[in-house]
Design a binder for this molecule. Structure first.
Ligand code: DER
Length: 282
């Protein structure tokens, strides 16, 4: 089918442009598009891939790596930061965009050379909604530990603003906190946050690879920093948010493990607004 063909084309192009035989640690995301990324990497042959370690972002990603015959590692079993390591020569684009640098972690050692993953929706600044597959925590953990985060998606995913077609932000939460988180989301302007149910696959809520639940929180389309120049404040007035401001506000709710918003370019201006520019331009 044409969609599968475009996913495959995107994946092979991403590997051609962003995979190097000198790489040692490669993050592998979740979903159906990343399957083609693994197919393209495995096609390089074992003499290349056997020297590498592939870091999964959940059980599906782990199965994918194993079935492709690629060496499996774990984000929790990466080498310690070597003591000779001094100054990072450049921070990962996603780490910059998520504002990690403004926590003074500029020297944080990037363990992975690259991480490949899919997305549910992508806006003009390459911000992404992720979590359609309920793997967003480990996806962001691996993505922010990589020098380069490569999002692979067919053109259906590209929209002017996030929450244009994809209607809710996936949020990974502690089950116990679900009622309080729901109440807070409603005060932040989410019309109807819902706990994701397993449907015919599982009675009751979806349980993530981390033993958590997913709350899908709908919001109106998310503004970009460039929209704020038109007088919008983006701080939730009438439920209208700027993408980074909402991301930071959601992350602070007690009981939230991780938020399915990944920042692309321009993340740094808002994340570190008013601070000296940190790290390379994403
Ligand atoms: O859950 C995620 O964020 C995944 O990356 C996923 O939603 C992308 O899925 P797809 O490649 O099957 O569209």
């Amino acid at each position: 089918p044409p969609v599968e063909a475009s996913k495959r084309r995107a994946a092979y192009k991403a590997v051609e442009d962003h995979f190097d035989v000198s790489y040692k640690y490669i993050g592998i995301g979740s979903g159906s598009t990343v399957v083609y990324v693994v197919e393209a990497i495995a096609a390089k042959g074992r003499d290349i891939t056997s020297k590498m370690i592939f870091i999964p972002t959940g059980d599906q990603s782990k199965q994918l790596i194993i079935e492709a015959g690629l060496p499996l590692g774990g984000i929790d079993s990466l080498p310690p930061v070597d003591s000779t390591y001094t100054k990072m020569d450049g921070v990962s684009a996603l780490e910059v965009a998520t504002g990690v640098t403004d926590l003074g972690l500029k020297g944080m050692r990037q363990c992975l050379d690259v991480a490949f993953d899919g997305a549910d929706e992508i806006d003009e600044d390459l911000n992404c909604i992720k979590g359609g597959g309920a793997c967003l925590f480990q996806e962001k953990l691996v993505a922010t530990a990589a020098r380069k985060f490569v999002c692979v998606a067919d053109s259906r995913k590209l929209q002017p603003r996030l929450l244009t077609k994809w209607k809710a932000i996936p949020i990974e939460i502690a089950p116990l906190a679900a009622p309080t988180i729901k109440r807070i989301l409603i005060t932040l302007g989410s019309p109807d946050p819902v706990i994701r149910q397993g449907g015919s696959a599982k009675a009751g809520p979806v349980v993530t690879d981390n033993g958590m639940w997913i709350m899908d929180a709908p919001f109106p389309p998310l503004l970009l920093p460039s929209d704020l120049k038109d007088g919008h404040k983006g701080d939730g007035e009438h439920g209208i948010w700027e993408v980074h401001q909402l991301g930071r506000r959601l992350k602070r709710i007690v009981g939230v493990l991780e938020v399915g918003l990944f920042y692309g370019r321009n993340g740094i201006q808002v994340a570190n607004a008013g601070e000296e520019g940190g790290g390379q331009k994403p």
